[in-house]
Each structure stands twice: as C-alpha cells, then as structure tokens.
Design a binder for this molecule. Structure first.
Ligand code: GCB
Length: 652
C-alpha cells in the first residue's frame, strides 16, 4: 500500500507510471452509493443561530453543542445548502462576521447503528470558512477553508448507545485573516465620535461577496470497515490504445484483494485488472474529447473497483465505480494540446452565485448554466476564484466542458499573505483540491491563484514552491496562476506552464476609449510572449453592462459598450490565436454579488447573462463567435453538423 511520505514517493515514484498523487494522505472520493455503500443526504432545514455577542464566543462559553440548540436560545430555520446571508430580512445577519451555529437532528437507519461492520462517515461538502463539528455533543472534526469537503468517521459515536438518533452541530466562522485563503483583515474602527465601541469591519481584496454557511450538501454515508479509501487514475494514449493507470488505496486491513474492470458506455467490459495498482489497456479506445471537438465528445468509461478482505468479522467486500475519460494534455511553446490536437479555450469565468441562495449549491441553476454554456458554444471555464462543487465537475466530464480548476488563492495582496504560514496553508489547500478533483478528465490545468501581488519580493519563492508542489502532486497537468502584474515585474510567471493574463482596457483606465484597445492588447501579448515563449490565455476581459441600458454611440455601462469592447478584443485575439494565444475567457458568465461600493451597482455587472441568467446583447455576440470558432477547428464539420441542429447559426 502506498500511503507515504515524500521519501517513500522518491523510492516508489518511478513505479507509478505517472500516478504521481501518492503523496496525499487519505482519500476524498465522492460519496456514491454502491452494493456496499449507502448514502443519506441531510439537505433541508437546519436550526441556526448567529452569535451576536460582542466577542462572538458566547456559543463556546455556554457550550451550545452540548444540548439541542433550541435549549440555549432562539433559533432560525436555515436551508442547507445555502449561504445564510440573503435568506432572511435581517440586514445585520447579511453582513455578519463571526461564528454561526447550525444543527440538525436525524434518525439513522437502525442497521447503521447496529451493524458493527459498517463504517458511518459524516461528510461536509463545503463550510465557509472555518468549521468545528460535534456529533451528540462530541467534537469530531475541524476544517479550515470553504469550497473543499471534509469528513469524520462517526461510527463509534452512533454505534455506542441504544439510540439511533444523532445530533449534528456545526459552528462556522467566516472571519478571514491575512493567512486564510482567500485572505482578509478585520479593521477595528476606534474613533468614538464616529463608531460605537467594538465596531469592526472585514476588508477583503477580492471582488465577490464573502457568502458563508453550509454551501454544499452534508451527507452521511457508509462503507465496510475495510474499505476503498482512494482511487487515482491517470490516462495516456499509445497509437489507438488507451492506457488507464490506476492505484487503489485500501484502509482497514493489510490483507485484501482488488479487482478492477473498465466498462464502456454500453456496459461492456473492455479491460480487467487485478491488484491495487496497474495499467489497463483499451484497444481502439474512445477518447474523451471536449464539446464540439468530436462527433462523440466526453466519452466516459466506468472503472468498477471491487475490494475483498478477510477481517476478524469474516469476509468483507467494498465496491466503488469511478467515471474515467481517456485523454492526454500537453503544452508546447505556443499550443495547448488535448489528445495531441491544438485546443482553444472558448469560454467564460464563472462564480457560484445566485439570488437568495448566494453560494449554495442548486441543481436547477447548475443545469441551466450548462445549457447556457452549450448554447453559447463554449467549451471551457475557469472556476474563478475557488474550487466549485464536485457535481459541477461531474457535469463538465459529462458534457465535455474543459476546466481550469482554480484554488481560493484570490486577493493575495499583503506581504504577510506571502509568509511561510500562508504558504503552508496554500500547499495544503492544493493537496485537498487535487485529492478531490484529480480524476476528472475535464480538469486540464490547475490555477493556484488569481491576481496575486506577484510583483512583491517574496512572490518569487512563494510561487516557485507552490507550483513545484502542485506539479509533484500531479505531474499529469500543467499549472498556472492568473496574473494582472506587468510582464517585467511578475516574479511568479517564470514557473507557470501557460501565461494567463487579465486585462480591462478601456474599462479601468482610458474610460470610454475603445479605440486604444487593439494597440494595448497587442502590446500586452507581444511583451509577454517575447519574455516567456509560453502559450497565453486572455483569462479575463470585459465591461459592466446594466441590462436594458442602451446608448448609441456606446457609453460605459450600456449593452452597446460591453459588446463594442468585446469586439475590439476579438480583433486582436483573432490575430494572436494564429500564433500563441490558446484561449479567451470572458469576465463574466453572469452578474454576481460583491461588497457594496460606489463602483458596484448591486454587484458586478460584467456578466453576459444577468444574475437570473437572461442574455444581454453581448451573449449573442459571443454565441456567434464561439460557434464560428468551433466550426473552424479541425474536427468541427461533422460535430457541428450533428450538434447544432436548431441553433440557426450554421449552414451544413
Ligand atoms: C478582476 C478580478 C475579478 C473581478 C474583475 C472585475 O481582475 O479577477 O475577480 O471581478 O476583475 O470586474 O473587476
């Protein structure tokens, strides 16, 4: 079994055929049901209380976790998953900073409580930002950082008494510090003539509202006590043979057997393997292709993993099925290759953001977003500026939408945020993120940060270390961070595989002067390319537009200005994509909530869709462009013929 240290990796690394993820401790497989696993979702109404006490610590002083929350004071009904900020009518709760308390009492199936061969796991998909969890008043786990899951084995607790009831209490604190990701600061305002005693505000250097709460599902699931803890898959292609390298980590016993089968979409077994690690060969493999790059994009095989063990309680089996896409990713001096073919990112930047629920996961919203992406002809997005829900990546795998998976390293602007304490946390976040997302074929590149102050002196060491660590965790994918620093001053750029640049010509300067965009953008690309000879992505560009505001000639904030600005960018992108520009990601897919400020009119309005997902004029412009670009790529004719029926954009 390979669950080891960096030292073990150095010895065993070459045996792992590129399964370079063995450094990670413990798995974080998505909780799927199988013959050996059950799952119970705890979505719905939870009891809730914000701790408005001056020091925000009353909940700990009075030990609110010891008894049902209703016994220590009034509670509110709070939906999960959802941010807590926008569901109520209380302005103080909307902007609350500090500890909030969630609680849910549930009854477990009796067999979960009685079967000592069952391992019961509590899994929290995302709790922003710091979370402490108790079950029946007993502390079970703590976790730092929203956006990534964490779990606790609670078998002993639920199997110890005669009751199969279980009270889950989760305290969550949304306070950010210079060392959190994203960073933030608390500023005490001490002028007694202006502010009451103890008055403070939380400042951040990122441009989205710091929504908080239980943003994703909380689930309970079972496994046998000897169980499949983790699976790592990497793929390669040799002629027409697909190579699937797998590694299975088992916990609970040293005496086990692992069998794997790879099934195609018809359910036919195409390859089998035995042992905890190995390579499967798939002759005439169907490769995983991005949307509109092939007649049959996003082909997914299923890797069925079966583990059998002998334990003191007798034989035990565990089953887990993982979707697998066979594809390769590579980067040259001027190209981004998927399956050896040049890939051009035509896409968007997104946010997890919507009315009322804030950053709470929502299936209808997710499906609508994917329908809009496909309507646009987009083939990619960046998870700006944090890892999105696992279900999002599952749909990307399914539809062939390529992902640049970004960490919550956004707004790293203070010198303290480049300290070793911050760096250590950032390294751990990359481990958690890669552990969770490593098996998604849709994920083709990691982004470790967005717009850090990469001109500051410590940034060189910081990014060198962070990117080297990310590559050690996953040698199979390129790594980047997204910059807005001048090419000559950027100390992190030497370490990235792809240069991703954000720029807002004719928006944050030269207001209203769209005529300067072409010159400024061409200069941007040329300078960077001359300095680095690496492929480039225009990772953000855009303009705010209030839907229904029209001005011709175009004025800022009108739909015409947004469209006009994008068109100017497109002229240069069309020149440079023939050379070394490998993608364009509009800022933003949809309008989203931000902190209140005189430059934000109920949020950031750079969406090409409104927050309610209705198109502005720019959406139609991009749609025309993306389908045209799709049509130009080598595999396109047949793909567009079959997939664009009804779009009205193409003659076949
Ligand atoms: C950026 C940031 C993004 C902002 C955007 C804007 O450069 O990366 O988070 O929302 O600009 O609209 O200002």
């Amino acid at each position: 079994m390979l669950r080891g240290s960096a030292g073990a990796w150095a010895v065993l690394g070459p045996l792992l055929w590129g399964c370079g993820l063995a450094l990670l401790q413990g798995g974080m497989l998505y909780p799927r049901e199988s013959r050996s696993r059950e799952r119970k979702e705890l979505d719905g109404l939870w009891s809730f209380r914000a701790d408005f006490s001056d020091n925000r610590r009353q909940g700990f002083e009075q030990q609110w976790y010891r008894a049902p929350l209703r016994e220590s004071g009034p509670t509110l009904d709070m939906p999960v998953p959802s941010s807590f900020n926008d569901v109520g009518q209380d302005g103080q709760l909307r902007s609350f900073v500090g500890w909030v308390w969630y609680e849910r009492e549930i009854t477990l199936p009796q067999r979960w409580a009685e079967d000592l061969g069952a391992r019961v796991v509590l899994r929290i998909g995302s709790a922003h930002y710091y979370a402490i969890v108790w079950v029946n008043g007993v502390h079970v786990v703590e976790h730092e950082g929203g956006h990534l899951p964490f779990e606790a084995d609670i078998s002993k607790l639920v199997q110890s008494g005669p009751l199969s009831s279980c009270r889950i209490t989760i305290a969550i604190n949304n306070t950010l510090s210079p060392h959190t990701l994203p960073p933030g600061t608390i500023l005490y305002k001490t002028d007694p003539s202006m502010y009451p005693k103890g008055y403070f505000v939380q400042n951040t250097k990122f441009d989205f509202f710091n929504y908080a709460g239980l943003h994703r599902s909380v689930v309970l699931y079972t496994t046998p006590t000897t169980y499949i803890d983790d699976i790592t898959v990497t793929t390669d292609v040799d002629q027409d043979i697909g190579l699937v390298n797998y590694q299975v980590i088992v916990q609970g016993s040293d005496h086990f057997q692992v069998d794997v089968s790879l099934l195609d979409e018809e359910g036919k077994v195409v390859a089998k393997g035995a042992g905890a690690e190995g390579q499967l060969q798939v002759p005439s493999a169907h490769l995983w292709w991005p949307y509109l790059m092939h007649e049959h994009p996003a082909y997914l095989y299923s890797l069925e993993v079966k583990m059998m063990a002998q334990t003191a309680m007798g034989p035990v089996s565990d089953f887990y099925t993982l979707p697998v896409g066979i594809r390769t990713v590579a980067v040259t001096e001027s190209q981004f290759l998927i399956n050896g073919k040049p890939f051009y990112f035509r896409g968007v930047n997104k946010h997890e953001d919507a009315d009322i629920r804030g950053k709470g996961f929502d299936w209808p919203l997710l499906v609508k977003d994917f329908n809009l992406l496909r309507w646009l002809g987009a083939n990619a997005f960046r998870t700006s500026h944090y890892p999105y829900a696992e279900e999002v990546l599952q749909l990307c795998d399914r539809y062939g939408i390529v992902v640049i998976d970004e960490s919550p390293g956004v707004g790293i602007a203070l010198v303290e945020s480049f300290s070793n304490v911050s760096l250590q946390h950032h390294l751990e976040v990359m481990e958690e993120m890669i552990r969770r997302d490593k098996n998604h074929p849709a994920v083709v590149m990691w982004s470790v940060a967005n717009e850090p102050a990469s001109f500051l002196k410590p940034a060189g060491y910081y990014f060198k270390t962070l990117i080297a660590h990310t590559k050690a965790l996953d040698p199979s994918r390129p790594v980047t961070f997204v910059t807005n620093t001048n090419y000559e001053a950027d100390l992190g750029a030497p370490y990235v595989d792809v240069i991703c640049v954000n720029s807002y010509y004719s928006w944050y300067h030269d207001y209203g002067h769209m005529e300067v965009i072409q010159l400024q953008l061409a200069t941007q690309f040329e300078n960077w390319y001359k300095a680095y000879q690496k492929p480039m992505i225009q990772s953000e560009y855009g303009a705010d537009a209030i839907e229904g505001f029209h001005e011709d000639p175009p004025l800022m904030f009108s739909e015409e200005y947004q469209k006009g600005l994008l068109k100017q960018y497109h002229v240069v992108l069309d020149q440079k994509r023939k050379e070394y520009v490998v993608g364009e990601l509009i800022w933003n897919f949809a309008d989203f909530m931000t902190n209140q400020s005189p430059v934000r009119m109920i949020g950031n309005r750079k969406g090409i869709f409104t927050r309610q997902r209705q198109p502005k004029s720019a959406a139609f412009l991009l749609r025309e462009r993306y389908w045209k670009l799709a049509n130009e790529t080598r595999y396109q004719r047949s793909a567009v013929t079959s997939q664009c029926v009804g779009s009205g954009l193409f003659t076949v």
